[in-house]
Write a protein that binds this ligand. Structure first.
Ligand SMILES: Nc1ncnc2c1ncn2[C@@H]1O[C@H](COP(=O)(O)OP(=O)(O)OP(=O)(O)O)[C@@H](O)[C@H]1O
Ligand SMILES: [Mg+2]
Length: 721
């Protein structure tokens, strides 16, 4: 179908022009199928279940543009990951010429984001959407189209329940809401459709051919029985697979299951890549990029140096240990065909468009707590494989698993390449998830009795898949807990949330965490406390959790317990009778010790060695701590616990990773812990000191430079100095 034909289906001329401008002349068959099924009539919800790269995003765009231009309101586009939210936001900007404004919002879970009211399309993650709903965001009241991208995420034990409840909540509050759920190929798409009361569009079609196969002993065996020899460049099979496509202008993405493997592999590729890279200009650009990743942090760490070395050889690794800024640089350089090979952990797999002609899936197992090594589901394999052969970049794609024996080869062929993806199932019964969502449902006023609670949850996918009894017993147990802990109450048979319960729900805390924080703060009222008391309290909530204990850690942290025993705000479990809990407790002490080192200004390299946390992990943990400490402070304030005031400074120190004496300096933009320390040691200890100094003198301090010095001066003027 040519895009002009969309006029007949209600899309205005100017919208068609935007599509043409973006290089879209013809609809892909699944897109056509959705349109012919009545997508643009705005009367029914749809589930679209088609292979990777089949153009699901455009289906959503057509629906959103049609709906906004025809009847106004707002569209909410929900994705699993921030990186993906960013990509979609960039995609949707092209509709600004139609007067449709697109907003991106992620993070900050205690805000109603009133600014969103001025926007038409809101791109966000499911957690943020959930939190906006809890805050009664006005903007969300106008939503009449909900797009759930990668809806198979419902299957994920950690993230799935929130997506599921957010969908159910919006269905509950918005009569006539149109839902478009986009899914990878899954076995029970029909079941999702029936849950949503939607029509199913399913098709096995991909714009770019994806050849799937298994590598073994020097050749790839493809699913059509073709055997293709792989050029031997060095003794490492995976390096050979990754580099082979480069001379023909291709690029590779290799999935491995640990960060360490990703780093090692990138360096191995870089070592062999010399003859594979363009000389001259390309070499210079790679060098420049290698220098740039060292500048993302004021003080580059071992990981940054490794990345920089790999980049010189045209390779990179990509995992959550990297800073978001570094990850973005790598993704962009890969899209520019500058970086030829990325070795990544599976976090890169969901939905993103990357120019990988070949995807190598080196590890098809991963380590899971309590289960050990498990094989990944077919669904996940398909997501990883599906990064190969994206329409805007390649004519075809290849996805290659790696086997060590012919036996393994045939197994992988059967279990992955030729296998059907699994059915997905609700994970809402996971205790922590249900706790939060039950409280939120009562706090938002959606349920004022057990019966109403049942009714609300009967709209979830969980209820759709399970029988009512299972649901009832789960809900009873959780409601009892919330009543016992004073988050909910009952008066004349009416169920309500207490002010404490309401605030906990808004703060987006697990009720169990709220109890730990509350009890800890009560304990603090009549105890000697210091910073470590609060850092440990912070580490005891499930959202933060303990760090993995290594050999030798037991003694280290038991010593620490002895040192701080009197100041801890959480009861110490008994070493003999509660051994599991005790071990967990020690790992929380380790987390507290990490935060203590961080605010004592230990270097990121030191932290990496001691705790195995990269710059990206530190960032994530700092953000988490910032939020939990804020929540703790808010709880303390609500319950009038005077000591909660002490949390303010702890929070500021954690946010910046500094000792108390630097807090004034880090209030300046562009001055982080490293620069602040350097200024301080040169005698600039306060903003006043900086006011007295000349721009040149400030610029002369190591790592500051004229640009930052100018900016410091400007900020001082703004602050009235
Ligand atoms: N009709 C079309 N004509 C040309 N290009 C298109 C068309 N539809 C989509 N594309 C391009 O195809 C690429 C893949 O689309 P998209 O990201 O929507 O795939 P997807 O189905 O969401 O895949 P995944 O399951 O991996 O998320 C994008 O680069 C998009 O611009
Ligand atoms: Mg997609």
């Amino acid at each position: 179908m040519r895009v002009e034909e969309l006029l007949k289906h209600g899309l205005p001329e100017k919208a068609v022009r935007v599509l043409r401008g973006a290089g879209i002349d013809e609809l892909y068959p699944p897109q056509e199928m959705a349109v012919l099924a009545g997508l643009l009539d705005l009367r029914r919800s749809f589930v679209v279940s088609v292979p990777t790269a089949a153009g699901k995003t455009l289906i959503a765009e057509l629906l959103m543009v049609r709906s906004l231009l025809d009847r106004g309101g707002k569209c909410l586009y929900v994705v699993p990951l921030r990186a993906l939210a960013w990509e979609k936001y960039e995609d949707f900007k092209k509709y600004e010429v139609l007067g449709l404004r697109c907003a991106l919002t992620t993070g900050d879970y205690d805000s109603r984001d009133t600014w969103l009211s001025n926007y038409d399309i809101i791109v966000t993650t499911s957690e943020k959407a959930d939190s906006l709903l809890r805050h009664g965001s006005e903007a969300l009241r106008d939503v009449n189209v909900l797009v759930a991208d990668e809806v198979h995420l419902i299957n994920d034990p950690h993230r799935g329940p929130t997506l599921e409840v957010t969908i159910a909540r919006l269905m509950h509050t918005t009569p006539g809401l149109l839902i478009l759920a986009l899914s990878a190929t899954i076995q029970n798409a029909e079941e999702i459709a029936s849950w949503l009361g939607a029509e199913l569009v399913a098709m096995d079609w991909r714009p770019v051919e994806l050849r799937e196969g298994v590598y073994c002993d020097g050749s790839i065996f493809f699913s059509d029985s073709r055997l293709q020899e792989v050029e031997r460049i060095c003794g490492n099979d995976v390096v050979n697979l990754a580099l082979e496509v480069v001379p023909q202008g291709g690029q590779s993405l290799v999935f491995v299951n640990t960060r360490r493997s990703a780093e090692k592999l990138a360096l191995d590729v870089a070592k062999e890549a010399r003859g594979f890279l363009g000389e001259g200009e390309e070499e210079e650009r790679l060098k420049a990029l290698a220098a740039q990743v060292l500048e993302v942090l004021a003080e580059p760490t071992e990981i940054c140096r490794k990345l920089s070395r790999a980049l010189k050889g045209g390779a990179a690794f990509h995992h959550a240990g990297l800073e978001a800024g570094q990850r973005r640089l790598i993704e962009d350089a890969f899209k520019d065909n500058l970086v030829k090979v990325i070795a990544a952990t599976p976090t890169l797999a969901a939905g993103v468009n990357l120019p990988a002609r070949r995807v190598v899936i080196r590890d098809y197992t991963r380590y899971e707590a309590n289960l050990g090594r498990v094989a990944i589901p077919v669904l996940e394999y398909k997501q990883q494989a599906g990064r190969a052969g994206r329409p805007s970049y390649d004519e075809y794609g290849e996805a290659v698993l790696v086997a060590k024996s012919y036996d393994e080869r045939s197994r992988l062929l059967d279990n992955y390449v030729l296998a059907e993806p699994e059915a997905i199932s609700s994970k809402l019964a996971v205790e922590a998830a249900l706790r939060t969502h039950v409280l939120a449902t009562v706090a938002m006023g959606y349920a004022d009795s057990f019966y109403a609670l049942m009714e609300f949850f009967s709209r979830t996918f969980f209820a759709h898949q399970q029988d009512a009894h299972t649901l009832e017993s789960h809900l009873r147990r959780i409601l009892d807990f919330l009543l016992d802990e004073g988050m909910c109450g009952e008066r004349n048979g009416e169920l309500f949330a207490t002010p404490f319960g309401r605030r906990v729900s808004e703060l987006y805390l697990d009720p169990v965490s709220a109890v730990i924080l509350r009890d800890g703060l009560y304990a603090a009222q009549h105890k000697d406390t210091d910073t470590f008391s609060y850092l440990h309290l912070l580490a005891s909530v499930p959202e933060i959790g303990g760090l993995y204990l290594r050999k030798g850690d037991f003694e280290t942290y038991e010593d620490m317990v002895r040192r701080y025993e009197d100041r801890l705000l959480v009861e110490i479990p008994d070493r003999l009778t509660e051994y599991w809990r005790y071990e967990e407790f020690l790992s929380e002490i380790k987390t507290a010790s990490f935060y203590a080192d961080w605010i004592e200004e230990r270097s990121e390299d030191f932290i990496h060695k001691k705790y195995n946390l990269g710059p990206g992990d530190i960032r994530t943990r700092v953000d988490l701590a910032d939020w939990v400490l804020y929540a703790a402070y808010e709880i303390g304030r609500l319950l009038r616990l005077g000591k909660a005031r002490e949390l303010v400074e702890v929070r500021r120190r954690v946010r910046h990773g500094v000792k108390e004496e630097l807090l004034e300096l880090v209030s300046l933009r562009g001055v982080g812990r490293v620069r602040a320390r350097r200024l301080y040691s040169k005698g600039y200890r306060t903003l006043r000191d900086l006011r007295e100094a000349s721009v040149e003198a400030i610029a002369g301090v190591k790592g500051i430079g004229p640009k930052t010095a100018e900016s410091i001066k400007r900020q001082l003027r703004e602050k009235g100095f």
